[in-house]
Design a protein around this ligand. Structure first.
Ligand code: ADP
Length: 381
């Protein structure tokens, strides 16, 4: 059997016509071409068959007593069991108005009496092909969804695994490093011992930061952990900036906070947004040389609140700027390469801000400085 014949054998068509002679004519032609054919001679019978047998296509006469073709079509479209079945209307050649109305109520095509069989077959075949393609696309979508769900489950599994199996051993190693610091060693071994302890501690710290950042990013992506409350932005920012004053002083960087002119109330999870400010301020201080400046500002803008973290630091090369918020992206050149980091900080910033219905942008010029601008929906002010 040819592909075409195979496709037709498995395709089922409901033909609805109150005129028995017309019905036979169409049904016999379709049967000859290997379609499975169901027949109905009234609207109510057509609805019953369509609901139970779910044909691939319906050929529907317009002029019928009791329930005309438009009423049948509307009833089919209103029923979730039959709404996706394409309907080809059957009409007399002269009735152009009928054809237009047929499209309006949801028909996909029409055939006219007297039938030109090759044309009817071509229209039927093209609708059946469309039905097949739509089903294939739906199957692929279902498959994609299943694949996505299974990847998402794997990710959750990995997070659980990482929490226990990576974090705990790191804590154990750190604990024993502290023990080693308190053990007396022969004088000649001390330099090597100190070097080893320092290397272990700094590498474990690096791994712990990476694991923590990865977990945080994965958790934030699901958004489950956000607990938004109404927060006064000026108070929040004052609290977020103050822990960095000492570090700024130590590094000889002028850290300034300019509060908004009027207070703005924002719906936010203060803990998550503190992580955002921590990441931006750590970066600003890390990538700014002594003598530089870091400024935090906030203001209202339409129905939004803007938070700006600006520095006079080393800046970001233009080719790196578009990737800055990508996970694990780091600028590994020049002074930036001297700073330790996971490359996840800005990715966490972006995820948290977007979970709040906001967005974050970066502008930067090498040797001049960088500006990170967060916009959040606000409630008042
Ligand atoms: P990291 O942990 O490496 O700092 P981030 O995601 O926070 O990761 O930042 C990604 C990269 O963006 C950094 O490696 C750094 O090169 C660059 N960067 C971020 N903030 C600044 C800034 N304020 N000034 C200059 N470069 C920055």
């Amino acid at each position: 059997m040819s592909d075409q014949a195979e496709m037709q054998t498995h395709a089922s068509i409901l033909v609805v016509d109150d005129n028995h002679a017309n019905l036979r004519l169409l049904a016999d032609m379709l049967l000859t071409h290997h379609y499975t054919v169901h027949e109905a001679t009234s609207g109510p019978a057509a609805l019953e068959i369509a609901r139970t047998l779910q044909p691939d296509l319906i050929l529907l006469d317009i002029a019928m007593p009791i329930m005309d073709g438009y009423q049948v079509c509307r009833a089919l479209k209103a029923d979730p069991r039959t709404c996706d079945i394409p309907i080809i209307f059957i009409s007399a050649l002269t009735e152009t108005e009928d054809i237009v109305r047929g499209f309006e109520v949801g028909g996909v095509d029409y055939i006219t009496r007297p039938f030109r069989f090759r044309e009817v077959l071509a229209r039927v075949a093209s609708q059946i092909t469309l039905v097949r393609q739509r089903r294939e696309i739906e199957a692929l979508r279902r498959q994609d969804r299943q694949t996505f769900e299974s990847i998402s489950r794997m990710k959750d599994e990995f997070i659980r695994m990482a929490t226990h199996d990576l974090r705990n051993p790191l804590n154990v190693i750190l604990g024993y490093t502290t023990v080693l610091e308190h053990i007396a060693v022969a004088e000649e071994h001390r330099p090597l011992m100190d070097e080893a302890r320092q290397a272990i501690r700094s590498n474990v710290e690096k791994m712990r930061r990476l694991v923590t950042d990865m977990l945080e990013l994965a958790q934030m992506e699901t958004g489950e952990h956000l607990r938004p409350t109404e927060v006064s932005l000026s108070e929040f920012l004052a609290g977020a900036v103050s822990p960095f004053c000492r570090l700024a002083e130590q590094r000889d960087i002028a850290l300034t906070y300019v509060p908004p002119m009027q207070d703005l109330v924002v719906m936010m999870d203060p803990d998550a947004m503190t992580r955002v400010m921590d990441n931006l301020l750590v970066n600003a201080l890390n990538y700014t040389r002594p003598g530089g400046q870091v400024t935090v500002r906030a203001r209202g803008w339409d129905s939004r609140a803007l938070i700006v973290v600006a520095d006079t630091g080393i800046g970001v090369p233009p080719e790196d700027l578009p990737h800055l918020f990508d996970a694990f992206y780091r600028v590994n050149r020049g002074h930036a390469a001297d700073v330790d980091g996971s490359g996840l900080g800005l990715s966490i910033v972006k995820t948290i801000v977007e979970r709040h219905g906001g967005h974050v942008r970066a502008r930067s010029r090498v040797g001049v400085g960088s500006v990170f601008r967060i916009s959040l929906p606000r409630l008042s002010g």
